[in-house]
Ligand binder design. Structure first.
Ligand code: AN7
Length: 410
């Protein structure tokens, strides 16, 4: 699709297919813009409504030229589960969970990575890199493997869940451990990417990668039969995903496919890593970064979220809000979702459920609202967190004794 690059701060516009990670004029965040009349025209002529649910169903909305074959592992098209039992417990009569753990590498990052790596090839790049709390690196490694290009990931030492490191290793990434947290790793890789033109950066400051992630909004619209819910609850770390999903809803509106009201965007951070929540609640226009973010949800252990400005804008424009949840609340929500609905997610993902429980209790979300929680990543990525808190299995002897006691009582 024809497109351009736009600065969200100064409004500066730049031609498409430029390799820039911040506004050359003011340093602001970039996003991809389109001419929606031409999108509508293309949609009218295309067979998009007969394509299967997937990131590529929405190709007319993606900044990828017509000549390049997408790099795909089958991303998108994830289930939207009705969660009656959990909904009753929380007091939400219409609760659904969008299970992004069903993506090829087990997280929503695959939506963005499919588009980002396809763009890398279109631009002639043969080397991609990112800083990551784990899921981005797993996804980058897999898609770069599929594309057959060099792949490097910078990860914070000791800060990445086991399963995610295993994925990066298996998919042949060059793994660089950084002494320090994610924020430092991100600062480092951006510096390197600016200096080394061969190295194409796949973090969400690259506006092309984020484009793939907006397809989650398109899928929700399609899965609900051309409607959108009242609220979409999203875990927030570096803040790219909530921004991308909101952009998706806005683009459906701009294309005339969706009439307002759009959903309220609800962003959830972990208490020990919640600079955007703090800014939102104090009505501030800037965040105060957290130097040493801490939470059991390692995926969102981020103190200086790159896309905070986009996220604040998404939440405010949509009439939504931001809330923080404790590690205890996160782990409880993780258990509930797994044990009541059969959906096993990693702690960061469970923060959306934990946030919903808290906001329902405080009355900021009503029981009548139709709610979708985004479950961003699979529980198998971080098995340690579950096993560590397990009291241990029954011995066979105790089990047999309990059966005998049951028989006696009957
Ligand atoms: C499961 O992989 O930042 O707010 O480097 O893995 O878009 O950052 C992961 C983030 C939520 C937060 N849930 O999304 C990374 C990384 C899961 C995640 C988030 C992440 P953003």
């Amino acid at each position: 699709m024809e497109h351009f690059i736009k600065c969200i701060s100064c409004g500066g516009e730049f031609g498409g297919n430029k390799v820039i990670y911040s506004c050359p004029n003011c340093g602001g965040l970039l996003e991809i813009g389109y001419d929606f009349e031409s999108i509508c025209e293309r949609l009218g002529k295309s067979d998009w409504t007969s394509r299967p649910l997937s990131v590529w169903r929405y190709r007319e909305f993606l900044p990828i030229g017509p000549l390049i074959e997408p790099i795909t592992l089958g991303e998108g098209g994830t289930s939207l589960h009705r969660c009656q039992r959990l909904g009753e417990r929380i007091g939400i009569s219409r609760l659904r969970v969008k299970n992004e753990g069903e993506n090829p590498t087990g997280s929503f990052k695959d939506r963005g990575m499919a588009v980002g790596i396809t763009k890398a090839l279109e631009l002639g790049k043969r080397w991609v890199a990112c800083a990551s709390t784990g899921n981005t690196s797993a996804s980058l490694a897999a898609y770069a493997a599929k594309a057959g290009i060099r792949r490097t990931v910078l990860v914070p030492k000791g800060g990445v869940a086991y399963g995610k490191i295993a994925q990066a290793i298996a998919h042949g990434a060059e793994i660089v451990e950084v002494e320090g947290n994610f924020d430092e790793a991100l600062r480092l890789i951006i510096e390197l990417a600016v200096r080394i033109p061969e190295l194409y950066l796949m973090n969400s400051v690259n506006p092309y990668r984020l484009e793939g992630q907006k397809t989650l909004a398109f899928e929700l619209f399609d899965q609900l039969g051309g409607r959108v819910p009242d609220c979409v609850v999203v875990p927030v770390g570096n803040a790219g995903n909530i921004s991308a999903i909101w952009k998706g809803f806005r683009e459906l509106e701009a294309s005339g496919l969706l009439d307002p009201p759009l959903p309220r965007m609800i962003g959830i951070q972990a208490e020990g890593a919640a600079p955007i929540v703090k800014a939102f609640k104090s009505g501030s226009d800037a965040i105060d970064p957290i130097e040493e973010p801490a939470t059991v949800a390692t995926a969102i252990r981020i103190g200086r979220p790159a896309s905070w400005k986009k996220a604040l804008r998404a939440v405010r424009e949509s009439g939504g809000l931001m809330e923080a949840v404790s590690d205890e609340e996160i782990l409880l929500a993780q258990r509930l979702l797994a044990a009541e609905e059969g959906i096993f997610v990693e702690p960061a993902s469970a923060s959306s459920i934990a946030g919903l429980m808290k906001l329902r209790q405080s009355g900021e979300i009503s029981g009548e609202e139709e709610v979708v929680c985004v479950a961003t990543g699979h529980g198998l990525k971080d098995p340690e967190v579950i096993v560590e808190s397990f009291k241990g299995p029954l011995s066979l002897q105790d089990f047999l004794l309990s059966i005998r006691a049951m028989a006696k009582a009957a």
